[in-house]
Write a protein that binds this ligand. Structure first.
Ligand code: F3S
Length: 385
């Protein structure tokens, strides 16, 4: 790999031992994927925000960076916290949270604590190069905003944040952003999260191009999160909607490698036949935006839930929502309004077998969870006939 003189100097430990190790890690990472160089990034996003007490090696590395006074070189945001104060079990399992939060703060990481960082805290533009972790955020940045990032792992994300660099390979390069799989739709009741889940399973790591459909921003978020969980997809295009896909001719190099059709029956097959088995209903993975929350909350106003029901919001959206009269009505209906990642909180509580969710990502990762459309979930918690 060809390095710039200042990159060579960091590698030689002239800026300290920890930055040198970070640079060395990026160089080896890049070499293993055939990258020819390191390129500057506009921003970072870190996925390692769960203070699991066992993550001793992770804390050790962060401690080394902090001890040498290293700071992030670019705007760097952070994923949700894991519900460390949710209950006693979580407090014990996540007993490293305070320590971890302290390290991230000392490094200069923005404490937005959301996987939907692109909503307000970290909004990249078309063509910006990034080094983000968190597959749902990577997916949105690549697909909807037209920015360029690979699906980086925890610690690689830190190395990029403190050097301001990422190896140039994968989704940073034009040739890997072209469409490969054409997805046709025969759907009369759209369920974007279910669609994302099915596309993820079928596309695996190919770039899917979905034929024209007027998805809104919330659907794009939820569909992308599900697709990135059920498959290794980090970029999708929608004909005439997403920035790199004005039409099918421009997004493919010639003909698609493969064409699939997803039908209403495919979407419906993902929905559980026994939604009433759920002991808890969970909305918000990726976390809900303010507008998404308001839209959903209106369905709960003046009603009462018949089982525990959780809303998981972006922390900033939660702050704003808490100040509204609608929030008071939702809480009166029996809903818990939260701002952490549902996955960690519920997994640690071992309630996973009893969860019903309209999130394809939560369904994929939380063992034993059932999937339901938003209406299935509203019926199950008793606010819709
Ligand atoms: Fe976000 Fe946690 Fe879901 S990080 S996408 S809320 S699993």
């Amino acid at each position: 790999m060809k390095l710039e003189p200042e990159q060579e100097s960091v590698l030689r430990s002239e800026s300290g031992k920890a930055p040198s190790l970070a640079m060395k890690t990026l160089v080896e990472y890049g070499k293993s994927f055939g990258a020819a160089r390191l390129v500057p990034i506009k921003s970072g996003h870190l996925a390692g925000t769960f203070g699991v007490f066992l993550y001793r090696a992770y804390y050790h590395i962060l401690q080394q960076l902090v001890a040498e006074g290293v700071k992030v070189k670019v705007l760097t945001t952070s994923n949700p916290r894991p519900g460390h104060d949710f209950n006693l079990v979580n407090r014990l399992a996540m007993s490293g949270q305070k320590r971890l939060d302290g390290y991230l703060d000392a490094l200069g990481v923005t404490p937005n604590y959301s996987c939907v960082c692109y909503e307000d805290a970290n909004v990249p533009g078309l063509g910006d190069k990034l080094a983000w972790a968190e597959s749902s955020a990577v997916q949105f940045a690549n697909s909807v905003l037209g920015s360029r990032t690979n699906r980086n792992s925890i610690l690689i994300d830190v190395c990029s944040a403190v050097t301001g660099l990422t190896p140039e390979f994968g989704y940073l390069l034009d040739e890997n952003r072209r469409g490969r799989l054409l997805v046709k739709l025969k759907v009369n009741r759209m369920d974007a999260s279910a669609l994302g889940y099915i596309i993820g399973q079928k596309a695996v790591n190919r770039v899917p191009v979905i034929e024209h459909y007027e998805f809104n921003r919330i659907e794009l978020k939820n569909m992308g999160g599900a697709m990135a969980a059920a498959g290794g997809v980090a970029l999708f295009h929608i004909e005439g909607i997403t920035p790199e896909s004005p039409d099918l001719k421009s997004v493919f190099d010639g003909e698609p490698e493969d064409t699939i059709t997803i039908t209403q029956d495919d979407l419906d097959a993902l929905r559980t036949k026994r939604p009433d088995d759920a002991a808890i209903v969970v909305f918000g993975c990726p976390q809900m935006t303010y507008d998404e929350t308001v839209e959903l909350a209106e369905r709960f106003a003046g009603k009462s839930v018949n089982r525990p029901t959780h809303f998981y919001l972006i922390p900033e959206a939660k702050k704003r929502f808490l100040a509204t009269d609608l929030c008071r009505k939702v809480i009166e209906a029996g809903v818990r309004v939260l701002d952490h990642c549902p996955l960690a909180g519920l997994m640690v509580r071992r309630e996973s077998k009893k969860v019903l969710t309209p999130s394809g990502k939560c369904y994929y990762y939380l063992p034993g969870t059932d999937y339901g459309s938003v209406d299935d979930c509203l019926r199950t918690c008793g606010v819709m006939p």
